[in-house]
Design a protein around this ligand. Structure first.
Ligand code: IPM
Ligand code: MN
Length: 334
């Protein structure tokens, strides 16, 4: 029937409202996608381990593409983050986080155009922690050559595909000489396979300083880094262009890819028609391009950017519109 089936995890909190915005806009734009709604509510399986429903896993495995709203992650206790469970279950090894100034939305920066690629399966996110003795806890930062090479290769490939002529590896190998040292080694090896792309390295702290002082030099390159650094640096970059209401991401794997906003479930504003659906919408546009539905992607993206430029904005951008009103403003411009 010429339609694509895509798994849709609507998520918690504001996930419900911003997912409705996607529904309405996709319907109005005539996007040839049938959503397969799946729940990833955790349960304890027969082996006594936390697990997510088989139906969700099968749906994503079958469709190979999913859109995902934010899932609440408990702090300090409770279940293992479902976000991480999904990333691990499908070996979504590269988390691609572009961050670009919106032409029609003024911030102190008008020239941000960064692409950050975050290793997405290990590092401090390995979740291996134990109390050695009373009052002493060890948290393992796991770095493997295999995962480092895999994400490095993806970063160079992405740079080549997107006409960015430099890859910068971001690290703290001055301190973590072995783990980050090996990450750098992997990047240097892969760099040899891409003679047309320049390669350099920058310390994480110095990169933060440079980006907030002048993001312009980052517009021609891709940054690649271990997991936790990418988590932090991507929020920092989002801050330069107007916040987490605007930044999309794609979790890329060999057998499946899951597209999601960089932000969380916003419990403080959930259910109040306040959330900005732009980040999830732009994530869905990354997804459309991944599926090579370029015309639909361009049409929806341009409607979103024009709505914001012409002053139809949600509260996070200083506007007066609710989630539903902003959605209508986008539909009007399709
Ligand atoms: C992100 C989020 C997640 C992370 C949380 C929700 C587990 O902050 O996607 O950046 O830390 O990776
Ligand atoms: Mn984060």
């Amino acid at each position: 029937n010429g339609k694509y089936t895509v798994s849709f995890i609507r998520g918690d909190g504001i996930g419900i409202e911003i997912s409705e915005a996607v529904d309405d806009i996709y319907k109005a734009a005539g996007v040839p996608i049938i959503w397969e709604n799946v729940s990833v509510a955790p349960y304890i399986n027969k082996q006594g381990k936390q697990s997510i429903p088989d139906e969700a896993i099968e749906s994503i495995r079958k469709n190979t593409v999913a859109l995902k709203g934010p899932l609440a992650t408990p702090i300090g206790k409770g279940h293992v983050s479902l976000n991480l469970t999904l990333r691990r279950t499908f070996s979504l090894f590269a988390n691609v986080r572009p961050c670009k100034s919106l032409e029609g939305y003024k911030t102190p920066y008008d020239n941000v155009d960064t692409v950050l690629i975050r290793e997405n399966t290990e590092g401090e996110y390995s979740g291996i922690e134990h109390e050695v003795v009373d009052g002493v806890v060890q948290s393992i930062k796991l770095i493997t050559l295999e995962a480092s090479e895999r994400v490095a290769r993806y970063a160079f490939h992405h740079a080549e595909q997107n006409k960015r002529n430099r890859v910068t590896a971001v690290h703290k190998a001055n301190i973590m000489k072995m783990s980050d040292g090996m990450f750098l080694h992997a990047c240097r090896q892969v760099a040899k396979e891409y003679p047309n792309i320049q390669y350099d390295e920058d310390l994480l702290d110095r990169a933060c300083l440079r980006i907030v002082q002048d993001p312009a030099p980052y517009a021609d390159r891709v940054m690649v880094m271990p997991n936790l650094y990418g988590d932090i640096l991507s929020d920092m970059c989002a801050g330069l262009i107007g916040g987490l209401g605007l930044t999309p991401s794609g979790n890329i794997g060999k057998d499946a890819s899951i597209f999601e906003a960089v932000h969380g479930s916003g419990p403080d504003i959930a259910g109040q028609n306040k959330a900005n659906p732009t980040a999830l919408l732009l994530s869905s546009i990354m997804m459309l391009r991944h599926m090579r539905l370029f015309d639909h992607a361009d049409k929806i993206e341009s409607a979103i950017f024009r709505a914001i430029a012409e002053g139809d904005r949600t509260g996070d951008l200083g506007g007066k519109l609710g989630t539903r009103e902003f959605t209508k403003a986008v539909i009007k411009r399709l």
